[in-house]
Design a protein around this ligand. Structure first.
Ligand SMILES: [Zn+2]
Length: 211
């Protein structure tokens, strides 16, 4: 009796529609606020190629205006397409946040490679925008964290990659320098003599004294 009841409930929770999967090849997780629910598409872990979000159907209610509620069912596909549409807004053609819809959670090599290419294209655009902003304002507060992470993902490094709060002033030229650097990139002033010697940036003090 009890087992039968549980089986019925389990059967109901399975839903009328097969779930679909949103695949994400980006390390970032993405939050989407829908009128009916909040969704977080998880980011992939560093050693994984992708992460997935299982999307199931959802009943939504809407006020018909005469004190009645109307109930509608959103299918998994409708919800997933809605989420992906939101995540694709304001992103140019051939670019993307790394997300796409997968019928069974086992994406094909083509799907993964395509999403990865679009993600890299988008990252490149973010970096270009940050470079333009930096040219204009030289203000690291105008640079978004996402732009910094995009540069890091592409293995690129720019002045704006570093938070101004963590930068130090060079006593030689007053320029912003990264913490713990041996030598100022702007004026060449030696900021850490011991490290500069170790790195071969300057001759050892002892040798200089001998000569
Ligand atoms: Zn300097």
């Amino acid at each position: 009796m009890r087992a039968q009841k549980e089986a019925t409930i389990a059967g109901q929770s399975e839903g009328r529609w097969h779930p679909v999967f949103i695949v994400n090849v980006c390390e970032e997780s993405w939050d989407v606020e829908q009128a009916y629910a909040h969704y977080t598409v998880p980011g992939r872990k560093p050693k994984e190629r992708f992460a997935t979000l299982k999307v199931t159907e959802r009943q939504i209610s809407s006020d018909t205006g005469d004190n009645h509620l109307r109930y509608d069912m959103l299918t998994p596909r409708e919800i997933a397409e809605d989420i992906i549409r939101q995540l694709s807004q304001e992103i140019g053609p051939d670019m993307g946040r790394g997300v796409f819809l997968s019928q069974n959670g086992k994406p094909t090599e083509d799907e993964l490679a395509g999403a990865e290419t679009r993600l890299v294209n988008w990252y490149k655009q973010l970096v270009e925008e940050a470079n333009n902003e930096w040219e204009r304002s030289r203000n690291s507060r105008m640079i978004f964290d996402l732009q910094r992470r995009a540069a890091r993902s592409l293995g690129q490094e720019f002045e704006w990659c570093f938070d101004a709060k963590k930068l130090a002033d060079c006593p030689g030229c007053g320029g912003k320098v990264k913490p713990n650097v041996a030598k100022c990139a702007h004026c060449g002033a030696i900021l850490d003599r011991k490290r500069a010697e170790e790195l071969g940036l300057i001759e050892k003090a002892k040798k200089a004294a001998e000569g």
